[in-house]
Design a protein around this ligand. Structure first.
Ligand SMILES: Cc1ncc(COP(=O)(O)O)c(C=O)c1O
Length: 381
């Protein structure tokens, strides 16, 4: 039996909610389920507002509009991230400025961020890799010192905390993903959370194709019209109906994934002590959400051999981000500040192990046993 890397989950009332949404007769956005999801996300993150979107990509594009990015503006971000972090900036004609990550956290290196600031810098887009928040105290200080927006790319980080504060409430705004590979899912899906009350109305307008339709629906204006730039960033009710059931069980999902994470961590601890492999550890002051369990192997040959051996045993263990600074579009639309030694090294050595709601203890133990054969240098499995 194959063990996939990810399997989308049904954890509760998803199908019932979808049937209710159909019966209720509103399938377009901002109905009852969308409102419920927005409220749940506010409750979970402590943000001032949450707006459901089609994807984290859409939420990042909204963030770029809210930062008023334009040609010549610069936004500092890690190169070790998904393309959407950079695309959102480049789509506005602004320039992503890539900096290296910290080898201990795989999150953006605050010293490199500080060195990358120029008179054109307008924002920092911080990514919370593997669900572990970046050093938001240092980044907030840099943002304050230079008058920059601080945006969290919290695609993987719903339910994680930094010094007791929830991801999604650690900057000016944050983008979440509910793609089927995340902890809480709706197939495709996302949300933008806002910590600044002064940005909320404009965010609603941007999400509603540049119109003040949200105010109209609340009875605050008697007709709605085109007032700003915007696009169609809001999902329909069927997506929200599925998501609402998942959010309802967010605590159980997080606890289960942390349990799986801990089982992996215990199973490989001796190999980390022996210097064979590096495991993820929550940085100081961080509590994670069990989003991802990765191994850092010796080099790209070790990684490719590992992936091949696991695949031969029916277990899928993909690598992750291909650095953006050396990608064709990265060379065309972005620039790099400082060296990228850690990014290049980590990207070549990282593999992700299966992690999903329905992953059984027996399956995890099979993953561990197969992985250990490779890590211990035996090839006769
Ligand atoms: C850091 C990061 N940002 C953004 C995204 C894009 O998320 P979505 O697929 O919801 O657009 C991802 C996807 O995995 C991601 O890892």
């Amino acid at each position: 039996m194959q063990i996939p890397f990810n399997k989308p989950s049904i954890v509760g009332d998803e199908l019932h909610n979808i049937a209710c949404a159909v019966e209720r007769g509103q399938l377009s956005g901002d109905g009852r389920y969308t409102q419920s999801c927005n409220q749940r996300i506010v409750g979970m993150t402590g943000a001032k507002a949450a707006l459901l979107t089609h994807s984290c990509t859409a939420a990042l594009e909204m963030a770029a509009l809210l930062c008023d990015l334009g040609p010549g503006d610069e936004v500092i971000m890690p190169s070790f991230t998904f393309v959407s972090t950079a695309n959102a900036v480049a789509l506005r004609g602004a320039i992503p400025v890539f900096v290296d990550i910290d080898p201990a956290t795989l999150n953006v290196n605050p010293d490199a961020v500080a060195r990358a600031v120029t008179a054109r810098t307008k924002a920092i887009f911080a990514v919370h890799y593997a669900g572990f928040p970046a050093d938001m105290d240092r980044l907030a200080q840099i943002a304050r010192d230079h008058g920059l927006f601080l945006v969290e790319d919290a695609a993987q980080a719903l339910g994680s905390t930094w010094r007791g504060r929830q991801a999604g409430s650690l900057g000016d705004m944050a983008a979440f993903s509910f793609h089927e590979t995340k902890n809480i899912i709706s197939g495709e899906g996302g949300a933008l959370t806002l910590m600044r009350a002064d940005l909320i109305e404009r965010a609603e307008i941007i999400r509603e194709k540049g119109t003040n339709r949200s105010r109209f629906l609340r009875g605050q204006v008697d007709k709605y019209t085109w007032v700003d730039l915007g696009s169609s960033f809001l999902p329909g009710e069927l997506i929200a109906a599925y998501l609402d059931a998942q959010l309802d069980r967010a605590d159980d999902i997080r606890a289960r994934r942390i349990g799986l994470f801990d089982r992996y961590a215990a199973a490989f601890a001796d190999l980390e002590d022996a210097g064979r492999v590096t495991l993820p550890h929550a940085p100081d002051g961080v509590v994670g959400n069990g989003h991802m369990f990765y191994l850092l192997l010796r080099d790209i040959d070790d990684r490719d051999g590992f992936i091949a051996q696991m695949r031969a045993a029916g277990i899928l263990t993909p690598f992750h981000y291909v650095p953006l600074h050396s990608a064709p579009a990265g060379l065309r639309y972005a620039r790099t500040s400082g060296t990228m030694t850690v990014t290049d090294s980590v990207s070549a050595r990282l593999v992700r192990l299966p992690m999903f709601w329905a992953l059984s203890v027996e399956e995890i133990d099979r993953v561990v046993a197969t992985a250990r054969v490779w890590l211990l240098g035996r090839t006769d499995a």
